[in-house]
Design a protein around this ligand. Structure first.
Ligand code: NAP
Length: 255
């Protein structure tokens, strides 16, 4: 299949839903063979079926990004299926309401909620990069995109744990970009604003009008608007881009 990622092998975490699913579909459209990972293999398999129905080639992997043994196995399975790993999209993530009550300020947040968030949204990205980079060094290069957020660049009241994790993702992206710049491995992150996915549906049901006052375009983004940028950042067209935060937010950060 011809396209921006023709002949490449890619891995997407959080590929069963939202931004991850849209990106897997866009990568397949652009010619990549894709390993679609999520914490349940059944969820990933649904995206695989969509890729296959569109004429692409994909495999499903069940892997919890907070478990190093599972991440190591995920990378090994991808390489065993496709021979190499050219593009990795480290995107799996959770929202504050997944690890504690919504609406808590810093002094109200439990240590457990903070740690549980970091385990997935920050340590998970670190573990994925660690094992992907081993393979990319062995094969002579690759491109990594991590999903951060506008919450990796600004504060967000009642989301201390999420903001800490996403600022961390921006920081480890910059650091890895510097460490592997001479090894033909590019490392960038994408920083979405408010995007319509299952993650944001509950918040939007409660506070859509209030939150949209902060977005100059006055609407939610859709996952496909993130996917297009990730595909390009993974492609050879982005050959001089590394260590960057690519903001896609309807103008939120500019305002
Ligand atoms: P989503 O639709 O909920 O997708 C996230 C996926 O990650 C889900 O399939 C989820 O599985 C999976 N996941 C959660 N914990 C995992 C774990 N420990 N191991 C493996 N997979 C796990 O959410 P989304 O909006 O597409 O979010 C994707 C990324 O974008 C996240 O990193 C999020 O922080 C970031 N982001 C989203 C927005 C937004 O407005 N939507 C804005 C900025 C950044 P389950 O469904 O089974 O939990």
């Amino acid at each position: 299949m011809a396209g921006l990622l023709a002949g490449k092998s890619a891995l997407v975490t959080g590929g069963a839903s939202g931004i991850g699913r849209a990106t897997a579909l866009a990568m397949a459209r652009e010619g990549a063979r894709i390993a679609i990972a999520d914490q349940t293999e059944a969820g990933a398999a649904e995206t695989v079926a969509m890729v296959n129905a569109a004429g692409g080639q994909a495999i499903a992997i069940g892997a919890d990004v907070s478990r190093e043994d599972q991440i190591q196995a995920m990378v090994a399975r991808t390489v065993s299926a496709f021979g190499r790993l050219d593009c990795a999209f480290n995107n799996a993530g959770i929202a504050p309401r997944n690890v504690g009550p919504a609406g808590q300020r810093t002094h109200e947040m439990s240590r457990e909620s903070f740690d549980a968030m970091l385990a997935v949204n920050l340590t998970g990205v670190f573990l994925c990069m660690k094992h992907e980079i081993v393979q990319m060094l062995a094969q002579g290069g690759g491109a990594i995109v991590n999903t951060a957020s506008i919450a990796g660049l600004v504060g967000l009241p009642t989301a201390t744990n999420y903001v800490a994790a996403k600022h961390g993702v921006v920081g480890i992206t910059k650091t890895a970009a510097m460490e592997y710049a001479q090894d033909n491995i590019r490392v960038n992150c994408v920083n979405p604003g408010y995007i319509k996915t299952p993650m944001t549906d509950p918040t939007m049901a409660e506070r859509y009008d209030q939150l949209m006052t902060k977005v100059p375009m006055n609407r939610l983004g859709v996952p496909e608007e993130i996917a297009e940028a990730v595909v390009w950042m993974c492609s050879d067209r982005a050959s001089f881009m590394t260590g960057a935060s690519h903001i896609i937010d309807g103008g939120y950060y500019a305002a």
